[in-house]
Design a protein around this ligand. Structure first.
Ligand code: SF4
Length: 195
């Protein structure tokens, strides 16, 4: 019986040969994941960008590094989280992945969730939120709330947060500013996993 790491590696290899959607045509590298496969938190973003496509790692562009900066500032332990995206290949010109592309890639994500089995799934931005059809809601209304929903074999906790790309244009950390709320949500998530 393979352990979780081995099973995830098999899945990663599968994605490397995947031609299930048109995003396979322009990818440089598959962007499968980063982080601890036994993590309590899984962050799911939208899609790889230019840097991610080049390096094969998620959340290493400007927006992703901003998320990582906040995680560090809030003293998240790197073992606490695992990061991936709704699709594993970069959409051209950084457009949003289409519903068809997300659907084509969904089984990889579902299997990742099953294997990592995180305590909390953080939906980073509206594309990730929409992918899970949590409720007919917007990221502004849903952020910071806990949604429970059956997915990949059990009831799971989902918490939407703003996408860090939104924060790149909003520098203020004043009360109730997007950055303030982003930090507040990350603090809340950290508290939940330490309960
Ligand atoms: S985005 Fe997903 S489904 Fe589409 S080619 Fe890449 S790995 Fe396959």
């Amino acid at each position: 019986m393979q352990n979780i790491k081995e099973q995830l590696n098999i899945l990663r290899k599968e994605t490397q040969n995947c031609l299930k959607c048109p995003l396979s045509q322009n990818r440089t590298k598959i962007v499968f994941s980063d982080g601890n496969e036994n993590a309590k938190i899984m962050f799911i973003g939208e899609a790889p960008g230019k840097n991610e496509d080049k390096m094969g790692l998620p959340f290493i562009g400007r927006a992703g590094l901003l998320l990582r900066k906040y995680l560090k500032e809030l003293e998240y332990n790197e073992n606490d989280y695992y990061i991936t995206n709704t699709v594993k290949c970069r959409p051209p010109e950084n457009r949003k992945p289409t519903n068809k592309e997300k659907k084509a890639c969904q089984n990889y994500l579902k299997k990742q969730i099953e294997l990592v089995d995180p305590k909390i799934i953080v939906l980073v931005g509206s594309t990730a939120l929409e992918s899970f059809a949590i409720e007919k809601t917007t990221i502004t209304k849903a952020r910071g709330q806990v949604f429970e929903k059956e997915y990949a074999g059990k009831i799971r906790k989902f918490i939407p947060i703003f996408h860090p790309s939104y924060l790149l244009r909003k520098h203020s950390e004043e009360q109730n500013s997007p950055r303030f709320l982003f930090k507040k949500d990350l603090i809340f998530i950290k508290e939940l996993i330490t309960l």
